[in-house]
Design a binder for this molecule. Structure first.
Ligand code: PXP
Length: 259
């Protein structure tokens, strides 16, 4: 097991700079689409770290549609920055997390039919106490816990009440907002929620749907310590790497003829 600096901080990096967690789920989506061994999220994680990622984020979904148990196992050994595991608050996943020992678990709601995580966790009506039980078990194992919630003060208060270390504010409604007025209104909710969460003493993270055109206003919210961004970065990587990938294949084909 690698020794990582795993403590959460309410102020970001040692220099007080915001942190970037890169969610590499969709590297695994590409792999699972063909059932091949590539592209390997383990390789992608190393490249993200070399490029300056502060954290690697993966979501082990109950249906295993992208990240697999094998990925979690290897990444928990090889990630050198911090490993953030997103998961539902189920007994099975808590057991897996306790074994893999990521630095952080971010608990998310999960519905099998959804394309991606829709809406935040309803911590305020923690039915059956599953969330608070999971928080307690993970923290007892010295795993930091974050709860993925909508920018809603009742959810933040509930997150504090169940003893979470951090919240990740769901930026999906902001990212999906159509038109300037709607986007401003969603941004205002994020600003208020970030301030409230900080007041409650929670570390404030944010993520979902952030991309190269909408991230700047959210990045300006000083209370946010960590951004978890996936789909847009992986999508960009496919395009910025396209010319090299095509040229490399062409070289191989030409070389085969010149033998
Ligand atoms: N944060 C959480 C809690 C998520 O569930 C996701 C999606 O897996 C992300 C961040 C990343 O979202 P996106 O892929 O839209 O950047």
């Amino acid at each position: 097991m690698v020794k990582r600096s795993s403590r959460l901080s309410v102020s970001g990096s040692d220099e007080g700079l915001p942190l970037l967690g890169v969610n590499i789920d969709h590297i695994a989506t590409l792999r699972q689409a063909r059932g091949t061994a590539y592209p390997d999220p383990v390789h992608a994680a190393a490249l993200c770290e070399l490029a300056g990622a502060d954290q690697i984020t993966i979501h082990l979904r109950e249906d295993r549609r992208h990240i697999q148990d094998r990925d979690l196992k290897i990444l928990s050994e090889t990630v050198k920055t911090r490993l953030n595991l997103e998961m539902a608050a189920t007994e099975e996943l808590v057991r897996i997390a306790l074994e893999a020992r990521p630095d952080t678990v971010c608990m998310v709601p999960e519905r099998r039919e959804e394309l991606t995580t829709e809406g935040g966790l309803d911590v305020a009506s923690d039915r059956g106490g599953a969330i608070s039980r999971a928080v307690r078990m993970l923290q007892e194992a010295e795993i930091n816990v974050s709860l993925f919630v909508d920018p809603d003060v009742d959810q933040l208060r509930a997150a504090k009440k169940v003893g979470s270390d951090a919240v990740e504010l769901h930026t999906g409604a902001y990212s999906d907002a159509k038109g300037q007025a709607a986007r401003h209104a969603e941004l205002a909710k994020l600003v208020d929620a970030a301030k409230a969460a900080r007041k409650f003493g929670l570390q404030v993270n944010a993520g979902h749907g952030l991309n190269y055109t909408n991230v700047i206003p959210v990045a300006k919210i000083g209370e946010i310590v960590e951004f978890n961004i996936g789909h847009s970065i992986i999508s960009r990587a496919v395009l910025v790497g396209m010319m090299e990938a095509v040229a490399e294949m062409k070289r191989l084909i030409f070389q085969a003829r010149s033998l």
